[in-house]
Design a binder for this molecule. Structure first.
Ligand SMILES: [Zn+2]
Length: 212
């Protein structure tokens, strides 16, 4: 038994083990977490994370943000102040977002560690393929939820684990930079403890709204 890095309860059980890592499942919040002893060195993590700057990933990030803007527009939300948390969008794509009437700040722990942008609150925060890299998900969740204004929107892309039984065959666990794995019920738990409404959690997309 060890403490769950998300809910801090001693409700974790050994869940799966491969040649390099052990994984624990939390009964309370449903998070599957990699053993912290197996974390990569920060320099290696940065190298691997940096690969996401390649064109393919960048296009996926752009698509994610464009479809989010479309959804917000459908909800009648325009001229929002947003924060893109965890992965940097190219200047070109950022200009397109601005043209659509949205102001977007960016924070990336490796490539845009501008802590100034963490000093204010936002109408919308999006985070594309970042949550699975969180070594301290409780701390990151506290930060992200504190950066959101009341009634603000939080859009997350992270692959959701359909069931704990599916973990053994899940290829996403094989990437050593992936250390936190969420089930839909993990976001139900986070919504409950933080005063969010969970609007959607399926596939690899989660949408939540902070209470007024
Ligand atoms: Zn937990």
């Amino acid at each position: 038994m060890h403490h769950c890095p998300l809910c801090r309860q001693i409700t974790t059980q050994p869940h799966y083990q491969d040649k390099k890592r052990s994984f624990f499942l939390c009964d309370n919040c449903g998070l599957v977490s990699a053993d912290s002893h197996s974390f990569l060195l920060p320099t290696i993590e940065q190298q691997r994370y940096g690969r996401a700057k390649k064109a393919g990933k960048q296009r996926q990030l752009e698509d994610f943000i464009e479809s989010l803007i479309q959804q917000l527009r459908d909800l009648g939300q325009t001229e929002l102040n947003g924060l893109n948390f965890g992965r940097v969008l190219s200047e070109h794509a950022l200009t397109k977002v601005k043209t659509a009437g949205y102001h977007m700040q960016q924070f990336d722990p490796f490539f845009a560690p501008n802590h100034q942008v963490l000093q204010q609150q936002y109408d919308v925060i999006c985070s594309y393929r970042v949550f699975e890299h969180f070594r301290e998900p409780a701390k990151e969740w506290r930060l992200i939820s504190s950066l959101l204004k009341p009634q603000g929107w939080l859009a997350i892309s992270t692959p959701l684990l359909r069931s704990p039984a599916a973990f053994a065959k899940w290829h996403l666990k094989n990437n050593p930079t992936h250390v936190s794995f969420y089930q839909p019920r993990t976001f139900t738990y986070l919504a409950q403890i933080s005063g969010f409404e969970l609007l959607f959690a399926d596939g690899d997309f989660v949408l939540m709204q902070k209470a007024a």
